[in-house]
Design a protein around this ligand. Sequence first.
Ligand code: PNS
Length: 160
Amino acid sequence: MNRIAVVPGSFDPVTLGHLDVIGRAAGLFDQVHVLVVHNPAKTALLPIAQRVSLLEQSIADAGLPDSVIVTSWSVGLLVDYCTDVGASVLVKGIRSQVDVAYETPMAIVNRNLAGVETIFMLPDPAHAHVSSSLVRQVASLGGDIAPYVPAAVATFLQTP
Ligand code: PNS
């Protein structure tokens, strides 16, 4: 059976925590679709196409397998994408109880809508404090984001 998982998120920008979860999902599934989704609740830093490009570079630099693909989705429900590509599982990184509270209702609704299951994956504790919003804030104030993001992201955001 060809097991396809979708790792959805804003990835604005991708962090080392995201990359850790994506890499471990790649070890569990035949195909992993990293899906960049616009989240209207958040003020975006990067256009979707730039986030896709930085994800592609970061995934290649990390040596992740070709079974990991990056794409984006802007029309309809997340589970519509899952149905279209034959994915039955969503993978989400969970750093804290705050993430559990945020993700649990979405997981239940996604299962109710289309029978798509959600697997919560614990990131490496080294990345448990890292978030895209923190990276955006540090970068916007001129701080060093290199410890939190793949090299491609640090180069892109910190090059004047
Ligand atoms: O990285 P984020 O911003 O926490 O990712 C949240 C995201 C984009 C995965 C979430 O907002 C989402 O699933 N959006 C898709 C819209 C949708 O299908 N909503 C209904 C079921 S929850």
